[in-house]
Write a protein that binds this ligand. Structure first.
Ligand SMILES: [Zn+2]
Length: 432
């Protein structure tokens, strides 16, 4: 039910790296270069495509193109080694911590990096983004001021990005300081299917209409995909980040940006955009689920369906190679969370554990849908007609919960079959 801030961070952080995966799977002769003006070149050999272009490693690509959180690309030569290399490896490690949801550890290392290299903007910029995301405006502002106030030269792109972020922090902070007495009046917009309320001080007049339009699109797509709609109009409450944190920041054991409790509650920026649509899809699917089953349980299927649809809207219909790798590591290192323990809820899971629970849930739903196309819609229908969820799943897939779990772990393992040529080679050399 909860969309996690850590998960959002991961989404923001990681994959400018469709490009990164591409490089990993391309034949060894393919290389990516970038020239002095930042233009990329994909070549089928090692030769430098234009004068002054530098070859990028996959990690370098990720660093340059993960956009939103990192601001403009770094103007750095690849693989510098020494002090500089260490700084950048530590930066990457902190980014990986964030991706796993380990915000505390990531912030510790970023603060250390910021102190060790006071003239450098990268760690400070990340700190500011993460703190803003958490609603901690003072430390966010401090980190940004350090970038803007530094005496050493900062690349122009970074200075502009830092100034823009400073504005965003100031706006969010103004909103947070407007509460509780001076809260702006709640505005309402309704359609036949939704009743939208929001209290954004600076929202433009067409904000409510734009959100209703988004919701109608979500509704008709869900109807197409699952054949289901809600019988009654649905209340949708949008909050500025500050108001949301104020009211619901402590409601769950981990950070959230939305939930469904009969009404949809989500954090929204002033201008609706893809991020809001993704959150609305997620929570709308919880509403459809609850309508069909009369319950939030089984949680892992509830979250798995909501996550899959949310990720589809973001343009990521399938799990990434990195997701599968994480699942594989969980299986092999005793980090796997049994599905049976994810039926009643995700409560009590912390940090990376809750990220793992969401990932397993999404993988389970995708396995069902891949093997039995349309099964999720038919399963919802069976449940709506009164079948027990596990009986309905068995009817659609032939799997009870235990069998689903076995099929899922087999599916994960099967994606990492060792290269048969390499295995044959090993056998041959063993036979000599
Ligand atoms: Zn959810």
């Amino acid at each position: 039910m909860e969309s996690r801030t850590a998960r959002r961070l991961r989404q923001l952080l990681l994959w400018g790296a469709g490009a990164c995966l591409l490089v990993l799977f391309l034949p060894a002769t393919v290389a990516v270069f970038v020239d002095a003006r930042g233009h990329p070149y994909l070549t089928d050999r090692d030769r430098v495509p234009v004068e002054g272009a530098a070859r990028l490693t996959p990690a370098e690509l990720r660093r340059r193109w993960s956009g939103d959180l990192l601001g403009p690309p770094l103007d750095l030569p690849p693989d510098p080694g020494g002090e500089e290399g260490r700084y950048r490896r530590n930066l990457d490690a902190a980014r990986d911590d964030l991706a796993r949801g380990d915000v505390r550890h990531a912030l510790e290392s970023l603060r250390r990096l910021g102190q060790d290299r006071p003239g450098r903007p990268e760690a400070l910029f990340l700190i500011a983004k993460v703190e803003l995301e958490r609603g901690h405006y003072a430390p966010a502002r401090e980190a940004i001021e350090e970038i803007l106030g530094t005496a050493s030269p900062v690349a122009d792109g970074w200075r502009e990005a830092a100034a823009a972020l400073a504005d965003e922090i100031a706006a969010e902070r103004a909103l947070s300081e407007s509460r509780p007495g001076a809260r702006s009046p709640v505005r309402t917009r309704s359609s036949a299917h939704f009743r939208v309320t929001y209290d954004h001080r600076f929202a433009r007049n067409d904000f409510g209409a734009a959100v209703l339009e988004l919701l109608e699109r979500v509704r008709s797509e869900s109807l197409d995909r699952f054949g289901r709609r809600l019988r009654d109009p649905l209340a949708v409450k949008l909050y500025s980040r500050a108001h949301y944190l104020d009211r619901y920041g402590h409601r769950f054991g981990f950070a959230t940006v939305g939930f469904y409790d009969g009404a949809i509650h989500v954090v929204s920026a002033r201008h609706p955009r893809l991020e809001l649509e993704a959150l609305l899809v997620h929570e709308y699917l919880h509403a459809l689920f609850h309508d069909a089953l009369g319950s939030h349980r089984p949680f892992f299927l509830n979250e798995g369906i909501a996550e899959s649809e949310e990720e589809r809207v973001r343009g990521r219909s399938a799990l990434s190679r990195r997701d599968w790798r994480e699942l594989l590591e969980a299986l092999r290192a005793d980090g796997w969370i049994p599905l049976a323990s994810l039926v009643r809820g995700f409560g009590g899971l912390e940090g990376g554990r809750s990220a793992a629970a969401y990932l397993e849930s999404r993988a389970a739903v995708q396995l069902i849908e891949n093997r039995f196309p349309g099964a999720v819609a038919r399963w919802l229908e069976r449940c709506a007609e009164g079948a027990h969820w596990e009986a309905a799943m068995e009817a659609e897939t032939g799997w009870n919960l235990e069998q689903l779990e076995r099929a899922l772990s087999a599916d994960v393992e099967s994606r990492f079959v060792p290269d048969p040529l390499a295995a044959a080679g090993a056998q041959l050399s063993g036979a000599k």
